[in-house]
Design a protein around this ligand. Sequence first.
Ligand code: NAD
Length: 495
Amino acid sequence: MTITSAPPAALERGLVADGVQLIGGEWVPSVTGRTLDVINPANRERLASVPQSSAADVDAAVQAAERAFPAWRDLAATVRAGLLFRWADLIEQHAADLDQLESQEVGRPHWGPSAMPGQVRFIAGQADKVQGVSLPTYSPDTLGFTLREPYGVVGAIIPWNAPGPMFVTEVGAAIAAGNTIVMKPAEDAPLTPLALARLALEAGIPAGVVNVVTGYGSEAGAALPAHPGIRRMGFTGSPFTGSLVMRACAENLIPLHLELGGKSPQVVFPDADLDAAVPAMVAGITLNTGQICAAGSRVVVLRSVHDELVERLAAQMQKVTVGPWHEKVAMGPLINEKQHTRVLDYIAIGREAGATVVTGGGVPSGGGFGDGFFVEPTLFDGVAPDMRIAQEEIFGPVLSVIAVDDEQEAVEVGNGTDYGLVASVWTSDVGTAIRMSRALKAGQVGVNNALGARVIGGPFGGYKSSGFGRTMGADSVLEWTQVKTVSLRPATPAI
Ligand code: NAD
């Protein structure tokens, strides 16, 4: 197989331009003129370059956002909503180019119709529903109520695994609430965010409301929560970096939400419909090459159904086709060399710990595979709950099977990691489903569903070290507001 690379159509059609980022409505290079290359992980070819920004660029973006804030805050919420709806329409019109762009920079094959227009419309619908409450007062000549107000200039940092959906989630909710924002996308996948920002501008969202500063995390990323002009942060990424961002927010005394990693259990009971469960479970660990925070990476199975399940999972995994984004395959490469090494190291760690590789465990060979960061879908059996492959987030297509004796042990093992992002329960018994939904410590539980609850407007976020705060739900817009209590009395009270 030869992996050829066409330049992104979005680049040819001007949806993204080489070497520039968006500050105050202008497409500008970094202050130093430095750039970094964005590569196609299927063949390591350069797709485009983006500015390699530093604190000076972040400062320029914060200043632009400060200038844009008063007018954006004071715009009628219905007008803000209308602009977001127009943004959603443009995203829909350019869905094919955006999908191709994201596929190329992330390395994932087409994964079905874009969720982004729906996500933005859902958030747009919340913009004019940000409400306070009326409050009882001590005397009849006084009115008391609360206002929900935007913070001002806010910041967000996102990872590379789903740059489009994550960009619209954070930017959409923050600006719907009346904030202006500076976004730092990941260095591996900044092109889709830049294209989405261009469409926001084209939709009529005023200059300076959405600013995108590209570059490395240690440079541009670190400068964002440390900037004194930033009033609130949203961070999505690894727990390690989340902790650094939280420290910077503590120095600045600003709030944040953290969307971190996961080690999500898929608990399988003997009464599960395996015909439905197995393909969904395998998709839940191979979609986006397992590089999804919600990936169901641990199978916790009741012993009586263990052997049948492992046999079926292995057969299903062997059907997963692997290749570059433009082939009709189910799974692409990992994002970069570091991630490739990390996943292969974890496979070695699992073997050394005594777990059995049932299928996969290596890199696909031959043809053009050698140039890309490919790895085989891998199934481990005989995994003990305390092994590193059962405890640590691998962020790759590696599934670990842990056998348990009863429901109580399933709960203990299911909850037995530092993480708590999502969980799945596979059963046909409603009582089991209800008990498990309550017992599992996770921000979302999908019963007979992989990758979370997957409902419209379902709040998304973690328990324990998976983070705090919720995105995607109606409340996500409220998270970007602060509450003010107001009382009104006549200048000369009658009472
Ligand atoms: P990462 O933490 O390395 O990077 C995330 C972002 O932080 C990038 O934009 C990066 O440039 C930036 N960054 C790096 N160092 C920084 C610093 N010192 N200060 C400020 N910013 C910095 O994570 P990653 O490897 O890109 O992404 C994978 C992780 O993201 C996984 O742990 C995954 O589970 C998590 N994730 C979570 C969710 C969720 O919603 N909970 C969604 C997707 C990914």
